[in-house]
Write a protein that binds this ligand. Sequence first.
Ligand code: COA
Length: 186
Amino acid sequence: MKQDKTIVIRPSRETDVDAMLTIYRRHIRHGIEDGVDDGDTPQPDDLRERRKNLKDRRFPHVVAIEGDKVVGYAYAVLFRKRPAYRYTVKHSIYVHHDHVGQGVGSLLMRGLIDACAAAGFRQMIGYIDADNAASLALHERFGFVRVGLLPAVAYRYGRWADTVMVQRSLGPGSTTQPPQPPLSRR
Ligand SMILES: CC(C)(COP(=O)(O)OP(=O)(O)OC[C@H]1O[C@@H](n2cnc3c(N)ncnc32)[C@H](O)[C@@H]1OP(=O)(O)O)[C@@H](O)C(=O)NCCC(=O)NCCS
């Protein structure tokens, strides 16, 4: 991993939304993350709304900044909405296509893990396309363990593709009881 320039990880701001959308759309069009643009990609207002909702509910939503440019972003949402799952998040992470392979994803991952742990979450789950070598390597580096394989759940570029499910614990994980009062009622 090379890291020549200074990258700052900070909570995202409303003014970052357009840059985040540019990064996301490029990966949809060219990447293996989604691979299919069904004409239903989020609009700036969708992303703005999602970011605001997450922020209001104190879910981490961070950007990587180089100079004054957004070169990546990452966020976590609840794994499932039912109350029993309130200590478990699933996450997404995207790096600008000109900046992949330079350590930005690792910085974002570190920032997101720390923010999720600090917010009291105990487990973090990722779904990764089985062909996404960069994402598999990134997650392995941060201690995520493969906990499942979902065969042939995606269809793109003329073939069925598997999804790998990865997980790691945060903070004390399952070694202690959750805090009182529960996160959801704070
Ligand atoms: C996946 C992604 C976030 C990784 O971010 P990145 O900035 O390129 O990753 P880093 O440079 O921090 O590298 C992290 C690790 O992955 C490895 N890696 C990076 N690109 C790789 C590749 N193409 N093949 C294999 N390993 C790779 C690095 O060597 C590094 O491991 P190391 O520190 O042990 O050497 C980025 O490629 C991306 O945004 N991809 C498109 C969107 C996406 O797939 N998101 C993830 C959805 S689950």
